[in-house]
Design a protein around this ligand. Structure first.
Ligand SMILES: Cc1cc2nc3c(=O)[nH]c(=O)nc-3n(C[C@H](O)[C@H](O)[C@H](O)COP(=O)(O)OP(=O)(O)OC[C@H]3O[C@@H](n4cnc5c(N)ncnc54)[C@H](O)[C@@H]3O)c2cc1C
Length: 380
């Protein structure tokens, strides 16, 4: 019996563990935290991710906790809609022609509850490094050494697995940080006509308004060198500038984070696979980070299961190369373009969006790419 260890019980690690366990493979997940993370982070699930979660038997539970959004809008900060795109044009491409808005912290308990008895999650097990050989890997953990035949590194952007391999993480850090505030306000009442997801264009004060099941989230840019305290002092006025409620907005939570565009050298290093934020990070515009990470988990875990069942290892090499190509050629490029376009001065992109809204065939081509449906075919 092969032993497979997944490092990290985030959405990516748990999806990989569930994929392997459902195929009869014994899996252990090592998680440094005392429990699953509860932070508010990614909150958009795209159609192909919904298909994958359905195949794993967990979609119904996610749909019960999330809200479905079949349209999203591009708007001007100065007022008015640039374009509304309707995911309904994907009805012939997917059983789920909509996005689901739901925090990732609601998915992870669902995934964990779905794990069969051949999978276990060990909390308070931190991986500090590893020694990898041709026939297995020894993980150096807070609970002592642990041997595995295969290791899946899904331990997030600061991945100890990636560092232990000495793998690079090339790319850039943006000149601005992103400020995300969760607010206890009904924004669709104060900004009539907004969609559940809104990308609001402006060269300086662009923003994103996202509805989640319990509240709205507002994403704003902030110069990298602004002190955190000053930024939190400025936040109430920045929100009032979005919509004046005649009183301060009720802010439930706000966090500032640095934004990176980075991809590791290779998603396979012998018997170690890297996936999710451990392998690639990008800005959140378009919601591609967690989604493409879940796609890594399913495609790499499926390929590993095939290899463990006797398929040649070239199968795994192809899947790993494919996932890196998707990260570099699609996710990095598209998320960066989204950041550039939301700050655009000129009318070119706005004209393009209006064209998409008016032409369902053009919208379908655009949305297939934007929601990652076009990134799933692994070439033989
Ligand atoms: C503040 C913030 C806001 C974000 N907002 C958005 C958003 O709005 N939209 C979007 O698409 N994406 C967003 N992202 C990105 C998104 O959250 C990630 O793409 C997603 O969480 C990736 O999942 P993951 O499982 O790969 O990594 P993670 O969710 O980071 O999970 C990694 C897990 O590994 C564990 N771990 C880490 N190191 C070790 C170790 N050494 N040993 C054992 N366990 C370890 C961690 O505790 C964690 O549970 C955001 C990220 C951040 C940081």
């Amino acid at each position: 019996m092969n032993s497979v260890v997944v490092v990290g019980a985030g959405p990516v690690g748990l999806t990989a563990a569930l994929t392997l366990a459902r195929r009869g493979i014994e899996v252990t997940v090592l998680e440094q935290g005392a429990g699953l993370a509860t932070e508010s982070r990614a909150s958009t699930f795209h159609p192909p991710t919904l298909e994958m979660l359905d195949a794993l038997g967990v979609l119904e539970a996610l749909l019960a906790q999330g809200i479905t959004a079949s349209t999203f809008q591009y708007r001007e900060r100065s007022g008015g809609v640039i374009a509304t795109l309707d995911l309904g044009v994907l009805a012939s491409d997917t059983a789920y022609p909509f996005r689901v808005q739901c925090e990732q912290s609601k998915l992870t308990p669902i995934l964990m509850a779905a794990l069969p008895s051949n999978a276990e999650v060990l909390f308070e097990h931190t991986v500090h490094g590893l020694s990898a050989g041709d026939d297995g890997v020894v993980l150096h953990t807070s609970q002592g050494p642990r041997r595995a035949d295969w290791v899946l590194g899904a331990d997030g952007a600061h991945s100890a697995v990636r560092r232990g391999l000495g793998a690079g993480f090339d790319g850039d850090t943006y000149p601005e940080r992103f400020l995300v505030a969760s607010v206890d306000e009904q924004l669709d009442a104060v900004l009539p006509g907004i969609a559940p997801i809104n990308y609001v264009f402006d060269p300086d004060e662009w923003l994103v308004l996202l509805r989640t099941p319990e509240h709205w989230r507002v994403l704003l840019p902030t110069p990298a060198d602004t002190p955190d305290a000053l930024e939190s002092d400025r936040l109430p006025a920045r929100l009032t500038a979005v919509a004046d409620l005649g009183r301060p907005w009720r802010i439930l939570h706000a966090s500032l984070y640095a934004v990176h565009q980075r991809v590791t050298d290779s998603f396979r290093h012998g018997r170690v696979l890297l996936m999710g934020d451990a392998a690639h990070v990008n800005n959140p515009l378009g919601g591609m980070g967690m989604n493409s990470g879940i796609h890594d988990a399913v495609q790499l875990a499926d390929a590993l299961a095939e290899v463990l069942a006797g398929a040649p290892e070239s199968h795994l090499d192809r899947a790993a190369a494919h996932r890196r190509t998707v990260a570099v050629d699609h996710v990095q490029r598209a998320s960066h373009n989204n950041w550039r376009n939301i700050r655009a001065h000129d009318d070119d992109y706005r004209t393009h969006l209006r064209h998409l809204a008016a032409d369902p065939d053009a919208a379908r081509i655009h949305l297939r790419r934007a929601c990652l449906l076009d990134t799933l075919d692994i070439r033989p």
